[in-house]
Design a protein around this ligand. Structure first.
Ligand SMILES: [Cu+2]
Length: 316
């Protein structure tokens, strides 16, 4: 996050976090506590405003001209993670977190990623976008095994990666996903950059997602708004990794944004305030929040917004 989340008044419970069972009010005078988004899903208590910085803030673009080789070592590990105040989830993770690390390269760079499977299940690593078929990553990497994937990064855009071992929906839903950002030859203009990856968690093992989270923690950006400077360009790398819903969306309140579908172009495809994404779809969206204050964002699917995926940008 940019300089940390907004501080909420000491001891006070922000209105959007109050339980819905607030004292009854006449229907024609709704109080903020009765907001339909007052879902009450909050992040684990031990997380602070900076706890998700590694997932919220992408690494900066590398100005280096000419292709370079970027080498990474990535371990798949089982990890119990806190996904909300009161829910733990036994996740399958890249490097211990959901989503996994954000990779970033310039178009044409070589990526050499060594995957270590430190679990008792077979997994693998599959990237979206264009790459050599030998690096497609559908073959299983057995427990204790490793594999090296050599890809030429491209096309420029934002591409999810995930475990693709069958049934891949289950491996994704258990936490094995992340983002690859590929910058165009002429880099995009400077902006405050944010990554928002939407996922679902089946915390009661009934086969359906019960909690929804941007960057792996339900309610995090409701408690800790993403701070951005008022009037400056904000660029969000968005991806939908919810596997058991036909569609999810990103809706921003009080402002519209420009959409670059898949991030594969430099001319906006549309200007809107709601963008729908099917499973594994992604986009870059850009906007400026001219007036200081809080701008809500959430999927326009109510069960997602009310179960962890509502958040705020705070223009400061
Ligand atoms: Cu897997």
């Amino acid at each position: 996050m940019l300089g940390g989340g907004l501080v909420i008044g000491a001891g006070a419970v922000a209105w959007w976090n109050r339980p819905r069972a607030a004292p009854a009010q006449p229907a024609h005078r709704p109080t903020p506590g009765q907001s339909r988004y007052g879902h009450g899903v909050m992040p684990p208590e031990h997380l602070g405003p900076l706890s998700l910085d590694a997932r919220t803030l992408p690494p900066p673009p590398d100005p280096q001209a000419g292709p370079v080789t970027r080498r990474y070592s990535v371990a798949i590990v089982d990890q119990r993670i806190g996904v909300s105040t009161d829910r733990l989830f036994d996740a399958w993770t890249f490097e211990g977190s959901v989503p996994g690390p954000i990779f970033r390269a310039n178009e044409g760079d070589q990526l050499e990623i060594t995957l270590h499977n430190r679990t008792a299940h077979a997994h693998n690593l599959h990237f979206h976008g264009r790459h050599e078929i030998e690096a497609d990553g559908w073959e299983p990497v057995p427990p204790g095994g490793e594999a090296v994937y050599r890809l030429t990064a491209g096309p420029f855009g934002v591409h999810p990666y995930h475990c693709d071992f069958t049934p891949s929906e289950d491996h994704i839903a258990n936490g094995l996903y992340g983002l690859l950002i590929v910058d165009p030859p002429t880099h995009r203009p400077p902006a405050r950059e944010v990554a928002l990856v939407l996922g679902g968690f089946d915390v009661d093992a009934d086969g359906r997602s019960d909690l929804f989270a941007w960057n792996g923690v339900a309610g995090f950006y409701a408690k800790y708004p993403i701070k951005v400077p008022a009037g400056e360009r904000v660029r969000v790398y968005l991806a939908n990794l919810v596997t058991d819903q036909p569609l999810a969306s990103f809706h921003l309140h009080a402002e519209v944004f420009e959409v670059y579908r898949n991030g594969t172009g430099v001319i906006p495809d549309e200007r809107t305030d709601v963008l729908s994404l099917g499973p594994a779809e992604r986009a870059i969206v850009e906007f400026r929040l001219s007036n200081r204050g809080r701008y809500m964002f959430h999927p326009h699917q109510r069960q997602m917004a009310e179960h962890g995926a509502m958040g705020w940008f705070a223009a400061v």
